[in-house]
Design a protein around this ligand. Structure first.
Ligand SMILES: Nc1ncnc2c1ncn2[C@@H]1O[C@H](COP(=O)(O)OP(=O)(O)OP(=O)(O)O)[C@@H](O)[C@H]1O
Ligand SMILES: [Mg+2]
Length: 253
């Protein structure tokens, strides 16, 4: 059975989408069957692959009303992986399911029904502790938290872990924290180095050893609608995401 990994951080701009998209691309290169779920109404993962947002037939309709989800999954041919594009309607999901007892589990029901078709499903989350993020965590076996090496990022990192712990305590998920990932790291900046050390002391073996450096190629690639690995394979950013995929594969076994 496939495994499910969500990329979470309440902080905006903490490279969740870049990590989800580039990991999907890196894992697909290893010939694994990968599905990327864009579960953020901003639809940045969808757009950064040059794909169309979903319409009324979106995943949201299925999660709310049980509409037939058969054509939700699109192929991203260039990268060799599947994608469920996002839709702005995702914000309606929060309102529609808010009063349900199983409001945290709506995405899990759907993901469980397709899990067997994939080696790995990666879910990109919005920058909040909303019900959307809770659904992603509860549908997952593993949680990955990318964090920039900045002071304010530490608060968001801790808040994200608290949401995860609360869902576990309430029995909604058995997911494990796969790791905390340092992103947009700049070895020439004293602050980057200091925060990286704080993270090392605080998270020990939960801090991933791969570091994603600050690499403008990552933004350029997203602007051109492709993962950095398919844009400039020799760039620091591409190499770091390939290394990260290797580190995570060892942990996912
Ligand atoms: N390692 C990096 N080096 C340079 N720029 C990066 C790097 N990672 C991400 N970026 C850029 O930083 C911006 C924010 O990244 P991204 O969209 O992945 O973050 P996010 O956490 O998904 O944001 P949001 O919270 O809005 O969903 C984007 O413009 C992205 O291209
Ligand atoms: Mg994002």
């Amino acid at each position: 059975m496939g495994q499910v990994l969500c990329v979470v951080n309440h902080k905006g701009g903490s490279a969740k989408t870049s990590t989800a998209v580039n990991l999907a691309s890196a894992f697909a290169i290893t010939r694994r069957k990968i599905l990327l779920v864009d579960f953020d109404p901003q639809s940045n993962a969808t757009i950064s692959l040059g794909m169309e947002k979903a319409g009324d037939d979106s995943l949201v309709g299925h999660l709310i009303a049980g509409n037939d989800p058969s054509d939700l999954i699109k192929r991203y041919e260039l990268g060799g992986f599947d994608v469920i594009p996002s839709t702005e309607d995702l914000t309606a999901l929060v309102v529609a399911i808010y009063d349900l007892d199983d409001k945290n589990l709506r995405l899990k029901y759907y993901i469980d029904s397709i899990k067997n078709n994939y080696d790995l499903i990666i879910i990109d989350c919005p920058p909040s502790s909303s019900l959307i993020t809770a659904n992603a965590i509860c549908a997952s076996d593993f949680v990955l938290i990318p964090t920039p090496c900045e002071y304010f990022a530490l608060d968001s990192l801790n808040a994200s872990i608290r949401q995860f712990d609360n869902l576990k305590e309430q029995g909604f998920t058995h997911a494990s924290l796969l790791g905390v990932l340092r992103v947009m790291y700049n070895e020439d900046e004293q602050l980057s180095v200091e925060i990286s050390n704080v993270l090392k002391n605080g998270f020990n073996e939960l801090l991933l050893s791969t570091i994603i450096p600050y690499s403008p190629r990552i933004s350029e690639a997203a602007g051109l609608g492709r993962p950095v690995i398919l844009y400039d394979k020799s760039s620091d950013g591409a190499r770091a995401y390939l290394t990260l995929a290797g580190e995570l594969l060892a942990k996912l076994k």
